[in-house]
Write a protein that binds this ligand. Sequence first.
Ligand code: G3P
Ligand code: CA
Length: 225
Amino acid sequence: MLKIAHRGAKAYEPENTLQAFQKALDLNSDGIELDVHLSADGHIIVMHDETIDKMTNGKGAVNTFTLSELKSFLIVDKHQIPTLNEVFDLVRKRCFINVELKNADTSRQVVYLIEKYIAEEDWDYSHFIVSSFDWNALQEVHNLNSDIPIGVLTEEDLDTALAFAESIQAKAIHPDFHLLNADNVHKMQEKGFWVLPWTVNVEEDIQKVKSYNVNGIISDFPDKI
Ligand code: G3P
Ligand code: CA
């Protein structure tokens, strides 16, 4: 049962910060989940929302700022917004990284960065899962490099997600946990897919999805899994 820390260990540190990812490592998470956008000058920025309004002392869309401008805004008065390569450098292969593409425009840069860490830093494909609700973005990742493990995110119809996962030979299906039961988990696993539900935080829900024998759980509380 893989313990995957949602946006880092979001329950304990501000989401998607290096501190949240360090906390996830301290809690012996098997993986971390994070969200990415592009800056105006093409850097891969780790942030959940389209804007910096909720998390920082600034206002505006992530993709309207350069990296150096984004670095001038602070999260709870002390943390900088990280780039994806800063997270890779912090993690140093100690767990896998689930990169959620929030927009299709990040596919090419994320593939390039993963290939760079594999070629130059001795990482391998098992250190990554690229997921998205935007299946066009996943199709592009698959077209660019079919070795990159893909997780098909869905909050709706599991059968459609399963058919798409088959079409791009995905590694995993990442469903909203409310969609799951023992039968449909078994059906997805029978076809060869890992099932990694999100975002399971309450003890009762964790026990329920565990009883379905999912492959892992994405949670703000990786230590509860
Ligand atoms: O990857 C699972 C989960 O993170 C998707 O929802 O809104 O937390 O990015 P959200
Ligand atoms: Ca996410």
